[in-house]
Design a protein around this ligand. Structure first.
Ligand SMILES: [Zn+2]
Length: 239
């Protein structure tokens, strides 16, 4: 394929895609706005395509790669496809709005854990997820002298399923006694993914959902109040 053909194909066919938007966190319709390419030293070609997310209106950039046939003296490009997306989405579990409900100290540790996970710093990632979890537990009133699993056990309003899950997570046991005994020695990407999964669900259950319920209740109350004081006939009432 020639570069001109590739450009024509992108202009013709890359219009509307479905993508996990790094801003709003939803699988959303994104619309292509502009593209340009550059040639690498070895004649591979990289296209930069700017998209707008239809629901949240924010912009993102995706790169599209074509590889030059190394055995050909002529322009001979082979499609490799989409490679990167900017801004990178570090968290596929919680979106930005939801994170506003998490106390800032806990969120700081959680965000740092995400950055470690993104660069495969698995031990640091696990340690930071665990740290954010410990911060959350103490914030929720758990006894700071207890170990992590016992702190999780002590929460009355945490469902049994989540407590049982915590027991299955190897790196949550024996934390803090000694660097050799922190279970971080043989950590892999699966461990950090599970620590992320658990911590995000925990934060969702203990901090985000209660606030969402509260907001929803307030909204409903407001609506009911304006319904009773509003003009007769048009006002709706819910009970
Ligand atoms: Zn969006």
């Amino acid at each position: 394929m020639k570069l001109k053909e590739a450009r024509d194909a992108i202009n013709t066919h890359v219009k509307d895609l479905i993508e996990l938007c790094p801003h709003c966190g939803a699988k959303a319709h994104i619309e292509a706005l502009w593209n340009e390419c550059h040639k690498l030293r070895n004649n591979d070609v990289e296209f930069y395509v700017i998209f707008r997310c239809k629901p949240c209106r924010k912009l993102l950039l995706k790169t599209f790669f074509l590889r030059q046939n190394p055995y050909s003296g002529n322009e001979d490009l082979e499609i490799k496809g989409w490679t990167e997306i900017f801004p990178a989405s570090l968290d596929d579990q919680l979106n930005k709005e939801e994170k506003e409900f998490i106390p800032s100290e806990i969120l700081l540790d959680y965000q740092e854990a995400l950055k470690c996970k993104a660069i495969s710093a698995n031990r640091a990632g696990c340690a930071m997820f665990r740290r954010s979890l410990q911060g959350a537990l103490v914030n929720l009133g758990a006894d700071p002298r207890l170990d992590l699993i016992k702190q999780i056990e002590s929460l009355d309003n945490l469902p049994k399923d989540i407590k049982d899950w915590a027991h299955q997570i190897r790196i949550f046991g024996n934390w803090g006694a000694h660097p050799d005994k922190d279970n971080l020695k043989d950590i892999d990407s699966g461990d950090v993914a599970e620590a992320h999964d658990f911590t995000s669900k925990f934060l969702l259950y203990m901090f985000i959902m209660p606030e969402k319920v509260k907001l929803s209740r307030e909204k409903r109350k407001k609506k009911t109040n304006s319904g009773t004081t509003g003009k007769a006939g048009g006002a709706e009432k819910d009970g």
